[in-house]
Design a protein around this ligand. Structure first.
Ligand code: PHE
Length: 502
């Protein structure tokens, strides 16, 4: 019988009594594992090999596991430190033990909890006693780390599970295939097999010479394992932004553009935000050093905005009666919201004076010096939007959100009365997280006050909002930590997973 080279080599390496792992056979036959697997499938089809498949767990050390392998487990070092401090005789103070062990930072806590768990000793109101009979040299976790580092396996499931819980190993599952010669395989081998030269690809030479008629072509095995190919693709957040854009354009909105770094005038003053508002001086703003001020502001508008701040608008205007300083308004910062774009558009600065009805949106970054956590980063994409019409009410506002969120399958949107200096009434929006069931804040909205609109020269109603794209993404994908999605700690497995591939 004539067979391709890899199949002959594999057949000769295989055994009739013993199922042998294909990677071992590949090694012996001098084949690449994937070539051997392909050949094994082909031989299975011919009935010459019987294949079996099993899933095995394998554990590899994490960086932390590797570090402990070199330096010793923190609890073992702590035990040795305790012995050095004489704690096997009488209780010793914690400080010297930690010092003798050379531990610091998080390693101290790790040492303490495992020291007691493993029965190396006790800690009682800060005093350490060490069990003189304990034997850290045969610590099963340390032994397991060493075994894994040598490529051996660990038989004790509990120890392995413990190392996994401690984050010292990473456990992964792989499929292992093994092959055994069938009776047919044995007879075929005995009858003799020869290597048939096969051709993997048709070349121009084969075609022009006509040689293709005489050669044997390798068969494709469409079931063979192949390397996973990870092509570049648009980031899930960018894709979500595109979806939102399509949705809003479908709802009749036009896109706004404008600067990322802007004058406080456009970010705050035009929104009737008093200059002594905490958010304006506060550490949560990213000010610009160079240049520190905008070159130009429209003088007439500045005058109207200043007057609204000082005296209010209309006959009953109150204003803030607080100082208003042009230099303060000219200061440049990374915008803390994209409502600066709304201000520029409503004032006519961006596209000239606008007549109702109008609908505008933007999906752009806003920056806040927040504390990082599962729902906050220093920057986020804000879905800004506004509608200008002769008459608008809260029903219009809520109806718009209901229509918008429904397109993303989100039907449980809740509204909570809120306060913004520039809207009245104002509402915060909440959505229910599909995984945790918790209500999370997804946006802020309202109907602009006359103190904002009049100086901008708008004499009809405007309702507006800022929604967080990241929060929408969390509701859509079930992501529980925004840091998995973007930033420096992203979870690549999550980003590659099916749930974000919709
Ligand atoms: N600027 C608000 C959002 C908002 C925009 C327009 C009107 C009302 C609210 C924020 O960042 O939270």
């Amino acid at each position: 019988m004539r067979l391709p080279h890899a199949q002959v080599a594999l057949l000769e390496a295989a055994d009739a009594d013993d199922a042998r792992r294909i990677d071992a056979l590949a090694d012996e036959a001098g084949l690449k594992p994937e070539t051997a697997t392909g050949a094994a499938f082909a031989l299975e089809d011919e009935g010459l090999l019987a294949l079996a498949e099993e899933t095995v767990e394998s554990a590899t050390l994490t960086d932390e596991g590797r570090a402990y392998l070199d330096e010793g487990l923190p609890e073992v070092r702590f035990y040795r430190g305790a012995i050095d401090a004489g704690a096997d005789d009488e209780p010793a103070e914690m400080g010297p033990v930690i010092g003798a062990a050379g531990l610091d930072g998080a390693a101290v806590d790790i040492a303490l909890s495992n020291f007691a768990r493993k029965g190396y000793g006790k800690i009682d109101s800060g005093a350490v006693s060490a069990d003189p009979g304990a034997d850290p040299d045969s610590d099963p976790e340390a032994a397991a780390l060493a075994a894994l580092a040598d490529g051996e396996s660990v038989a004790d499931e509990d120890v392995l599970a413990q190392l996994d819980r401690r984050g010292l190993v990473e456990i992964s599952e792989t499929t292992v295939r093994s092959a055994r010669l069938t009776d047919d395989g044995v007879t075929t081998l005995m009858a003799g097999v020869e290597v048939a030269e096969t051709v993997g690809q048709v070349t121009p030479e084969l075609l022009t010479s006509g040689e293709w008629r005489d050669v044997e072509f390798a068969e494709y095995n469409v079931e063979a394992d192949a390397d996973e190919v990870r092509t570049g693709k648009t980031h899930v957040l960018r894709r979500q932004a595109e979806n939102v854009k399509d949705t809003l354009v479908g709802m009749g909105f036009q896109e706004m553009q404008g600067p990322t770094v802007d004058a406080d005038f456009w970010i705050n003053d035009c929104l009737f935000m008093p200059q002594d508002h905490p958010a304006r001086n506060h550490w949560d703003r990213f000010a610009l050093d160079q240049p520190a001020q905008i070159d130009e502001l429209p003088a007439a508008l500045v005058e109207r905005v200043e007057s609204a701040h000082r005296e209010g608008v209309g006959p009953d205007g109150e204003g803030y009666h607080s100082p208003w300083d042009l230099d303060f308004a000219k200061a440049l910062a990374l915008r803390g919201h994209t409502t600066s774009l709304t201000a520029r558009h409503l004032s006519g600065e961006a596209l000239g004076e606008l007549e109702p009805p109008q609908r505008f949106f933007s999906i752009e970054k806003a920056y806040r010096n927040d504390t990082l956590d599962a729902t906050h980063l220093l920057e986020f994409f804000q879905i800004e939007g506004w509608v200008m019409a002769e008459e608008l009410s809260v029903r219009d506002l809520m109806g718009t959100f209901t229509e918008f969120y429904e397109q993303f399958g989100i039907t449980d949107v809740q509204f909570k009365p809120h306060y913004n200096p520039y809207t009245e009434p104002s509402f915060e929006l909440f959505g229910r997280h599909p995984e945790t069931g918790e209500l999370i804040e997804i946006g802020n909205s309202g109907i602009f006050r006359p103190e904002m609109l009049e100086p901008l020269g708008v004499d009809c109603d405007v309702m507006a909002w800022g929604l967080a794209l990241e929060r929408l993404l969390m509701l859509v994908t079930g992501a529980e930590d925004i840091r998995d999605v973007h930033g420096t700690l992203v979870d690549l497995d999550f980003l590659r997973s099916e749930e974000v591939l919709y």
